[in-house]
Design a binder for this molecule. Structure first.
Ligand code: KG4
Ligand code: ZN
Length: 356
């Protein structure tokens, strides 16, 4: 039995991840080391710390992946690795490790664009044909694109400032949710989702940003500042110290979550109408893919479902473990690239990569 197997390696941000996937989309093995706990303590990612942790873990993670897959590197058809975009110091660790393997086992190297990998993940879990629309929303990403082929994307919109997950993390930190035992182990976005369930979203009104902008771009710093000002005002009003949890925290979380959902929905709706008008998407049975850490938010997902229902679209989300950074999506992108005959580098000499 001959299987095309690809090893995927991901180190673009704060997760060291690897996986072996075959052409049928079957996962043979995977392993991952998350640095989240370390970065939570410093209140953000310190690139040199991330690099050090990647270096400490990459070999073990790749070995565990191969062991779980019960294969040696000789069985691989290629080694796929994220080369951009991401933190240059982090990317460098995955890249140099991969090049070593490529050299040692004489395997083709498949350079992967992290966003392309996120966008194609849905083709591993569902039979989705091109073209489809994809909304990527996480702590580091915010973009809306039309996927026309394996490596053919039309960027329709992006955040002009920060990503929605980043904004939710900042608001959660400003609300001191990390000090609350119930929320201390969650990401900021997840803490906001949980807290918002106890809140009233009508208590505070915030306007979705960029309502008159005639494009599909996003912006989240305005919303962040509105929330921060409101929190400061409420702290004075309730007479509490900075660092304590406000009695109105749940209402604030609900308003921020609702406004975020509305903003994402309005921009996505615009993109769908634009694409259908220009015949870039089929009139019916259109697929809208939503992925990234923020896509696991059920309130946001339900809001986007309304947009999908009113525009004859089907909303698809990869399962949460595939929405966040992982090795499987990198390996799968490698398989897709092999099939499409794209971007496979044969020798180490072909690989040009200059960390900034
Ligand atoms: O995709 P991801 O794991 O990593 C990258 O940022 O690339 O996404 C993490 C982001 C964080 O900002 C986190 O707050 C947000 O996704 N997030 C959520 C939820 N779970 C994670 N945001 C809203 N609601 C959630 N349930
Ligand atoms: Zn990512």
């Amino acid at each position: 039995l001959h299987h095309k197997l690809v090893l995927g390696i991901e180190t673009s941000c704060d997760d060291t991840a690897a996986a072996v996937v075959d052409e049928a989309g079957r996962v043979w093995g995977e392993a991952m080391h998350s640095q989240t706990e370390v970065h939570l303590k410093t209140g953000g990612i310190v690139p040199s710390v991330a690099q050090k942790l990647h270096r400490e873990n990459i070999q073990r993670i790749v070995e565990e992946t191969l062991f779980a897959s019960r294969i040696t590197p000789y069985a691989l058809s290629g080694i796929a690795t994220t080369v951009k975009p991401g933190l240059p110091l982090s990317l460098g660790v995955g890249l140099s490790f991969s090049l070593q393997l490529v050299h040692q086992f004489r395997k083709p190297f498949i350079p992967i664009h992290h966003m392309e990998a996120h966008a194609l993940t849905i083709r591993l879990t569902n039979k989705v044909e091109f073209p489809f629309l994809v909304l990527l929303i996480s702590g580091g990403h915010c973009l809306l694109a039309l996927a026309r082929g394996v490596s053919d994307f039309l960027l329709l919109g992006k955040s002009l400032d920060i990503a929605p997950g980043d904004m939710l993390d900042k608001v959660a930190r400003r609300l001191s949710l990390i000090k609350h035992p119930e929320y201390s182990t969650m990401s900021g976005g997840k803490a906001i989702e949980h807290l918002a369930k106890q809140g009233n979203r009508f208590h505070f009104t915030m306007n979705p940003p960029m309502q008159n902008a005639k494009n599909c771009d996003f912006s989240f710093t305005g919303l962040q500042h509105i929330a921060e000002r409101l929190i400061m005002h409420k702290e004075k009003e309730e007479g509490i110290e900075k660092g304590q949890i406000l009695s109105s925290a749940a209402d604030i979380a609900a308003a921020v979550q609702h406004t975020t959902a509305c903003h994402l929905a309005i921009r996505t709706h615009r993109a769908i109408l634009f694409c259908k008008q220009k015949n870039l998407l089929p009139p019916a049975n259109t697929v809208l893919v939503v992925s990234g850490g923020v896509a696991s938010n059920l309130y946001i997902r339900r809001t986007l479902e309304i947009v999908a229902n009113t525009t004859q679209c089907t909303l698809l989300c990869p399962p949460p473990r595939l929405c966040t950074d992982n090795g499987i999506m990198i390996a799968w992108n490698g398989i897709e690239r092999l099939h499409a005959g794209l971007g496979v580098l044969r020798g180490v000499e072909d690989i040009r990569y200059e960390p900034k």
